[in-house]
Design a protein around this ligand. Structure first.
Ligand SMILES: Nc1nc2c(c(=O)[nH]1)N[C@H]1C(S)=C(S)[C@@H](COP(=O)(O)O)O[C@H]1N2
Ligand SMILES: [Mo]
Length: 488
């Protein structure tokens, strides 16, 4: 038994050395080709939509960590088997390890990290197995295993450090906007403790990416091309875009995967080039094209309805976010932003190409997965304070949160219901435009006991947020958020 455990351990340690070596080589070449990340990305792409929805609902923003962890656990389990087989005949164990790295080798765009992982894994296994057979094997094994463990830690750590160094924020000098946003009003941040900041700090802005590794985009080598159904194909460098008149707008971005009361929403000040200024330079044919198919530097695609993007709203190719250049996480150096449309049909990050085409001709990433193609953001509202199931001191307190009705003339009214009573009008924070969310609060004298709080919003056209529940798939969640709080 003990013998078997030792050999299983050899397999696990060898795999860890291989994974770490692969990660280091990927960090130096192409981070997304790190063997575990390459497999993880493929799992994401192949996961059926309902399972993905479930994972997002269960694990929220930790879904990626859980996914990578599961892939790693699976690899280590098979590596333990490889270790056991190697004890019988080395070639069998080595074969299993090589079969394991064959998967990322086939998936990743760069072979090298997987090849190095395979070589490092097999070499480690061979070394460990040989050490055990040597006279006074026990001590040799300990030495070799210790050395390999330290090597794996060092390589993994170096890989992480190099990747974060290479993906660090690169500041570009942003010119002032030719068409600036109005002065940003002071929100309720100070007055209502626990409410969402009127402007989401960039570091707290939600993130949704299909890839596990951030792409490394070199600002100097980057360009944006408009092609497809256009009079002339045009390509812009970053300097070309920076030389054009820039607009600055306050826009609230929302993810279609946001559940009622969820956190996949953020509000920022964006600086960029008007989308129509760019499309005009290419000359678009509205009689044929009906979608803009955006492609990012990794080949990920997002479709946007052409008529919506060009109906006069402030759609832009954004280069700046909250007064600085876009961070890597949010699409450096450029992304699309279209007020009123969920991110998955508009907000392409790391954008490098916009192809004018039709929905009949070409499918984007989420269209292939049966999500809606035209997906306006639904009117919604969220209670930030008190938190669900919180215990609140009896007496005077405040219920507060945010509400959004992007582009539908904005939020006109927010109403709160306590214990199923009448809808009471909440007080609204300042407006930063119809494309931006609005903070709200309602002073409340809380009586001891358990209470149910609900919120809904009414947009500028008089449309009331529906109570009818819908899941995020396929075109966004709906329903009224209801929370229970205890008052002491
Ligand atoms: N290239 C690329 N662009 C993308 C995505 C992505 O996975 N890859 N996710 C989209 C989705 S679903 C949303 S909601 C927004 C999120 O933008 P954020 O991560 O900056 O908040 O980006 C969109 N743009
Ligand atoms: Mo999204």
């Amino acid at each position: 038994m003990r013998n078997r455990l030792v050999h299983a351990g050899f397999g696990v340690l060898s795999a860890l050395v291989g994974v770490a070596a692969g990660h280091l080589v990927a960090a130096l070449t192409e981070p997304a080709s790190s063997p575990v990340l390459a497999v993880g990305s493929e799992v994401i792409d192949r996961t059926p939509t309902p399972v993905k929805e479930w994972a997002i609902a269960q694990f929220g923003t930790h879904d990626k960590t859980i996914l990578v962890g599961s892939v790693l656990l699976g690899v280590l389990a098979l590596a333990a088997v490889a270790g056991l087989l190697a004890a019988r005949r080395f070639a069998y164990g080595a074969g299993v390890l090589l079969a394991l790295v064959a998967i990322p080798a086939l998936l990743a765009t760069n072979l090298l990290p997987s090849v190095v992982a395979g070589v490092a894994g097999v070499a480690s296994l061979w070394w460990l197995t040989r050490a055990r057979l040597a006279p006074a094997g026990g001590r040799r094994v300990l030495l070799v295993a210790g050395g390999l463990a330290i090597g794996a830690l060092a390589m993994g750590g170096a890989g992480r450090w190099i990747t974060s160094y290479r993906t660090r924020v690169e500041e570009i000098d942003l010119p002032a906007a030719a068409d600036p946003a109005p002065p940003f009003p002071t929100g309720l941040d100070e007055r209502v403790p626990g409410i969402s900041s009127f402007r989401t700090p960039t570091a707290d802005f939600y993130r949704v990416d299909t890839r596990l590794a951030l792409p490394i985009v070199d600002a100097d080598g980057w360009s944006l091309t408009i092609d497809g159904d256009v009079e002339r194909e045009v390509t812009f460098t970053l300097d070309d875009l920076l030389a054009m008149p820039l607009v600055e707008r306050d826009i609230t971005l929302t993810c279609v995967s946001n559940e009622v009361g969820g956190r996949y929403i953020g509000a920022a000040r964006w600086l960029g080039v008007r989308l129509t200024d760019l499309l005009d330079l290419a000359g678009i044919d509205r009689t044929s094209a009906d979608q803009i198919l955006s492609t990012d530097v990794d080949g990920m695609t997002i479709s946007t309805p052409l008529d919506v993007a060009t109906d006069g709203r402030d759609a832009m190719i954004a280069l700046g976010m909250n007064g600085r250049s876009l961070p890597r996480e949010h699409g450096f150096p450029a992304r699309m932003v279209v007020p009123g449309l969920y991110g998955f049909v508009s907000a392409c990050k790391w954008i490098t190409r916009m192809t004018l085409t039709t929905y009949a001709e070409q499918d984007a990433y989420w269209t292939e997965r049966d999500w809606a193609t035209d997906a306006p953001i639904k009117i919604a509202s969220r209670i930030d304070t008190p938190k669900p199931l919180a215990t609140v001191a009896a007496g005077r307190t405040v219920i507060g949160g945010v509400a959004w009705a992007q582009h539908q003339m904005g939020v006109a009214k927010v109403e709160v219901r306590v214990d199923g009573g009448a809808w009471q009008p909440a007080r609204l924070g300042p407006s930063a435009g119809a494309d931006y969310w609005r903070q709200w609060y309602l002073p409340w004298t809380a009586e001891p006991g358990q209470h149910t709080l609900a919120v809904r919003t009414v947009d500028g056209e008089g449309d009331v947020q529906t109570a009818v529940r819908a899941t995020p798939f396929p075109e966004g969640s709906s329903g009224v958020q209801e929370i229970v709080v205890n008052v002491d």
